[in-house]
Design a binder for this molecule. Structure first.
Ligand SMILES: *Cc1c(COP(=O)(O)O)cnc(C)c1O
Length: 343
């Protein structure tokens, strides 16, 4: 595997911006190097461009090296940077499954890169062979989302591994919902595959969507490329501080996950007994995809009652389906009550 050969030439040749905080990183009596205002501490200072303290903590929790971590403004940032690093606009393409998370298509469109979508089967699984068949010499990235959004299911690990082993480009596994699927992460495989990128986020199980912090795990060569092209201070000081604080609450996160998994089970069981519900798809995430008669009508009815769910009824293989996030116990109860009133 030669990652170097996959990088766009302009990115390979790029001389990155070197910030004051990059050039000198030690302790000092005074910092007169970055044209900061000396007053209004601590907000007057630029944040650590490489977020070293945060990465140290994450590395311990995840069992990897800090050099294998990239932090972005949500997962959206590494998704965009992967396109910018590897996909030559108007020439290269990516392969992904359908349906899946909408940001891959948006990032591809922004970067003028073709998306080759391979439909999942009726039970929302994919075949590595079919994805590889859709790829050609200009395919640089394959995006797999597992557990998949909006279908909710984990994808077959053997198929994922086959993809990584056979594909000569980079395979990105988006694990935004992995905390809800115990022991299913591909992270333990990270050292085995040079072309594997795993995306995780603080937006879901960790309960920090508001601070915008996403993680990409990969071998240090890929991480270096992402660091080279990111905005120098992509993670602001407030986000880094808050993340350091909230990373100490891992136990609380685990408790939230336990509650949400119990609530999901309850929701699945009650939903499937409602007369207008045709199918509750199996979920490994913190949401359920539910197929029902007149999904749009039910969506509108819920909106009228102040309950917003996601209408996915126009999405491939999701016709007549709503995606419902698992809420607090009392929220889920109200949802069920309102739906029962329809019968
Ligand atoms: C919610 C979600 C994310 C998280 O995106 P952030 O930018 O980190 O908030 C990433 N991938 C998928 C599939 C998601 O559903």
């Amino acid at each position: 595997m030669n990652i170097e050969k996959l990088i766009r030439t302009n990115i390979k040749n790029l001389k990155p911006y070197s910030s004051a905080r990059n050039e000198y990183t030690g302790e000092a009596m005074m910092f007169l190097d970055a044209n900061e205002n000396p007053f209004n501490e601590p907000y007057n200072r630029y944040p650590d461009p490489l977020q070293r303290e945060v990465k140290e903590k994450i590395a311990v929790i995840k069992g990897c090296e800090p050099s294998q971590i990239f932090l972005g403004n949500g997962s959206d940032e590494p998704i965009d940077l992967l396109f910018r690093a590897f996909c030559e606009p108007k020439q290269d393409n990516i392969v992904t499954i359908d349906p899946t998370y909408g940001m891959y298509q948006v990032a591809a469109d922004i970067n003028d890169t073709e998306v080759r979508k391979v439909k999942l089967d009726e039970s929302y699984h994919f075949s590595a062979e079919e994805l590889l068949k859709a790829a050609d010499n200009n395919t640089k990235l394959i995006f797999i989302c597992s557990p998949n959004n909006p279908t909710g299911n984990l994808l077959d690990k053997n198929e994922v591994i086959k993809l990584i082993e056979v594909f000569s480009g980079i395979v990105i596994i988006d694990e935004a919902y992995i905390d809800f699927a115990p022991d299913a992460s591909m992270l333990p495989e990270l050292n085995k595959y040079e072309n594997l990128v795993i995306l995780q986020t603080f937006s879901k199980a960790w309960g920090m969507a508001g601070i915008r912090l996403g993680m990409a795990f990969a071998n240090s060569e890929i991480i270096k490329i992402l660091n080279k092209i990111k905005y120098p201070y992509n993670i602001n000081m407030l986000t880094q501080q808050k993340a350091l604080e909230l990373l100490l609450q891992e136990q609380e996160k685990k408790e939230w996950v336990e509650i949400l998994l119990t609530e999901r089970k309850k929701l699945e069981n009650t939903l499937k007994d409602l007369a207008f519900v045709q199918k509750v798809y199996p979920s490994d995430a913190n949401f359920v995809l539910v197929k029902m008669h007149d999904a749009r009508g039910i969506y509108d009815y819920l909106v009228e009652n102040g309950i917003i769910v996601r209408d996915r009824s126009k999405v491939v293989l999701c016709n007549d389906s709503l995606r419902i996030t698992v809420g607090k116990p009392e929220e889920n109860e109200i949802l069920i009550e309102k739906l029962k009133e329809l019968i």
